[in-house]
Design a protein. Structure first.
Length: 311
């Protein structure tokens, strides 16, 4: 069998594993656009250096293209190994390419408050405000937020049941006092019986789609003159960063963000300013040695007094 004969079984395997529809779609896209260059080879003809050609094709898919292409290759190799195909090398030996770290846009509490306070609270404005409040105070991904139904909200236990994307841990997020206020305000304004939390009148009442929500956010950016490249994910990054800067430890942030690995939390969702780093250093080490310096000053003075009397 040639490599291309394994592509569709690999995708079907991923579907059976429970991968989200979007993830399956991305696997198909990267197989077609990057791994297809190996399609005519046989398993025994694969080499680690094939990664270079895959990376080359991956560059056509933006900043993360190389890494995502090689990641697809590694997952494919692992599938071949698991089904008993004899690989000429270990799939673990294919290393992901390093990607230069880039600045991640996120909203500080002050920026978030300034942004949402400008939204006109008509029916759709209220809906959008509640969506942004939900993203900011729970760290939900926008797809997860738009999938929430009214029955998923438990005001008594102050929890919202969610379907976690990307295979992370945790199936609930928590309701703050502020979020409770906006959720109830939005729900009370509704006069329909649609089960979705976020809706739009499109001939009939339907669940709000991500594409329409993206357009609304873009319109707000232009209307309010927001300079940063504001996306729904900026609320999630702000959520994680604010938690960490407010004293939550990395494992707590990882759980609240429902990440599989704390590395993801640290690398992509947390950012501290250089000023804060300096402030943290000064507070810790100045306080740590404060008593030591005081003691040494006292000892130094006592030594001088002793020396004077001895003279």
């Amino acid at each position: 069998m040639k490599i291309k004969d394994f592509f569709e079984p690999f995708v079907e395997y991923k579907i059976k594993q429970g991968c989200a529809q979007h993830t399956v779609k991305e696997y198909r896209r990267f197989i077609k656009d990057t791994l297809s260059c190996l399609g005519e080879k046989r398993v025994s003809e694969l080499r680690i250096i094939d990664k270079a050609e895959i990376m080359q094709w991956g560059r056509n898919h933006g900043y993360w293209g190389e890494q995502r292409a090689v990641s697809t290759f590694v997952n494919f190799l692992r599938y071949l190994n698991d089904r008993g195909e004899k690989l000429p090398f270990r799939w673990q030996d294919v290393m992901l390419p390093k990607v230069r770290e880039i600045e991640q846009d996120f909203l500080t509490p002050e920026e978030f408050e300034s942004f949402v306070s400008k939204i006109n609270l008509d029916f759709y404005g209220m809906r959008d405000r509640v969506l942004y409040e939900l993203l900011w105070s729970t760290g939900l991904r926008v797809g997860e937020a738009l999938a929430v139904n009214l029955e998923d909200i438990n005001f008594k236990d102050r929890e919202i049941k969610v379907k976690t994307f990307k295979g992370g841990e945790g199936n609930k997020v928590y309701i703050s006092n502020r979020l409770e206020y906006w959720l109830k305000k939005w729900i009370e304004s509704r006069q329909d019986h649609h089960p979705a939390l976020f809706i739009i009148y499109f001939g009939d009442v339907v669940r709000l789609k991500r594409s329409m929500s993206n357009k609304r956010l873009l319109d707000y950016r232009k209307e309010f003159g927001v300079a940063m490249k504001l996306s729904h994910h900026a609320f999630r990054r702000g959520f994680c960063t604010h938690l960490l800067n407010s004293g939550a430890n990395i494992k707590e942030v990882q759980y609240l963000a429902r990440h599989r690995s704390e590395r993801t939390t640290l690398k992509f969702y947390t950012k501290v300013t250089r000023g804060r780093v300096k402030e943290v250093h000064q507070n810790i080490f100045n306080n740590l040695f404060k008593n030591f310096i005081s003691i040494n000053k006292t000892v130094d003075v006592d030594n001088k007094v002793d020396s004077y009397h001895q003279a």
